[in-house]
Design a protein around this ligand. Sequence first.
Ligand code: NAD
Length: 229
Amino acid sequence: MPAALVTGAASGIGKATAERLRADGFDVLGFDLEDGDLSTREGNRAAVDAALERFGRLDVVVANAGIQHVSPVAEFPEDKWDAILAILLTSPFLLAKYAWDALQESSGRFIAVASAHALVASPNKAAYVAAKHGVLGLVKTLALEGLQATAVCPGYVRTPLVEAQIPDQAKAHGMSEDDVLEEVILAPHAVKRLIEPDEVANVIAFLAGPGGAAFSGVPVTMDLGWSAR
Ligand SMILES: NC(=O)c1ccc[n+]([C@@H]2O[C@H](COP(=O)([O-])OP(=O)(O)OC[C@H]3O[C@@H](n4cnc5c(N)ncnc54)[C@H](O)[C@@H]3O)[C@@H](O)[C@H]2O)c1
């Protein structure tokens, strides 16, 4: 049976992805904060080792775990910058490095959950936007070095990560929380709705399966028209 490691699997996109890959016949190890801290080298090593110990192989790595912080650059807490870069950019690098041999052996796939913010910026999200642009660069480099890698780039998805930023966005924009969803969160989408976690899991499952065989070194954009402008 093919085996997959999914980080950030306790919530949102990671949870939906782990469930979907299991339904598609993968053995899946979900890794989240309760299993280790992916902002450390040890945590990433532990995630890969745990999957290899349990399954003896690794066919798919989904680097998904993430956090957000909303603040203008002039006030952006430097510790938050470090934490966001560690989880969104360094963790995917370490996962690819530590899983390299196993993925070569299986002709496996590395799938980073990036974001529309890998392609376009928004104000007040310097660390997130920089890290997501960076992870697309990482995926391109992995592809050129011989690992089949893609970066899924969704617009806004209905998860706790988005719900948690509504109060901060309200503060940053001086708006009520009610208006933030309509006027800030959904403003860049040409189609005015949130994406569901299952829709992202579907795309990841496609990229992990036979349909994804020719994709490497590219963003796979699913942003309801955001980056068309
Ligand atoms: N929600 C969106 O609108 C959206 C859009 C585009 C991309 N993304 C990306 O999708 C990914 C998943 O986000 P989500 O929206 O499902 O968020 P979420 O908050 O629902 O889930 C993120 C998970 O990552 C885990 N995590 C965070 N830091 C960790 C750490 N140091 N070690 C281990 N686990 C850690 C959390 O515990 C959580 O379970 C992120 O990379 C995010 O940037 C989200």
